[in-house]
Design a protein around this ligand. Structure first.
Ligand SMILES: [Zn+2]
Length: 213
């Protein structure tokens, strides 16, 4: 069974990148899709063992939404999800899932997408490619949108994921992040990933720390 990684677009007008790794961890397909229906179609086409999404897929315990007008409030004093707290403690910066989130629309979209996929029986997992990169390659992780950052990641992924060069020309930085997401799903399939956070609330999968090189 393959592994599917999705890097959902931050805006409705931008396409989302996806990557498919086969059961040996080889890059099988990648590209861009337009909307959630396309992502559901991808899932039904590939029937992945795990489908990794690079976006918050749950809210902090105690919260039903991200609206200031709603009285819901996080159960923890710092207002963070346990998974976010664990990564921040590791020095891994992230967008906090709070009512002041600047990626609110994306959080809602991703949670809706997770529900739609789970209703159809897919095993969805939250990933955070930046955290995966820190765990896999160490620091510093250069900014992915720069040319140097792109080369840095391309070179490192080449060593981990066979078949990259067969997709030359389609390896934009969003696609590379989708590959990192799919690779994290592959590692989970190999027992080489760990879930950080609280399973009741929602965990984030990252490569096991022992894999850092
Ligand atoms: Zn609420």
């Amino acid at each position: 069974m393959p592994y599917l990684g999705i890097d959902p677009a931050s805006g409705p007008r931008r396409p989302s990148a996806f990557a498919v790794l086969d059961d040996q961890g080889r890059l099988h397909d990648l590209g861009l899709v337009r909307d959630d229906d396309d992502i559901l179609a991808l899932a039904s086409r590939w029937r992945p063992r795990y489908l990794a999404i690079d976006a918050p897929l749950s809210l902090p315990e105690g919260m039903c939404c991200l609206e200031e007008s709603c009285p819901c409030a996080p159960a923890s004093p710092d207002g963070l999800k346990a998974a976010e707290r664990a990564l921040l403690k590791e020095g891994i910066g992230l967008f906090r899932t709070t009512k002041r989130s600047i990626i609110k629309a994306m959080v809602y979209r991703a949670i809706g997408l997770r529900r739609a996929l789970e209703e159809r029986g897919y095993a969805v997992m939250e990933v955070y490619p930046y955290a995966s990169k820190v765990r896999l390659f160490g620091r510093p992780v250069p900014k992915k949108t720069t040319k140097a950052g792109w080369h840095w990641l391309r070179e490192r992924l080449e060593r981990l994921v066979p078949g990259l060069s067969e997709h030359e020309g389609r390896l934009g930085h969003d696609e590379l992040d989708a590959i990192v997401a799919a690779y994290t799903a592959y590692l989970r399939g190999q027992g080489q990933a760990e879930a950080v956070g609280d399973p009741q609330e929602g965990v984030i999968y990252v490569p096991k720390a022992s894999r850092q090189r």
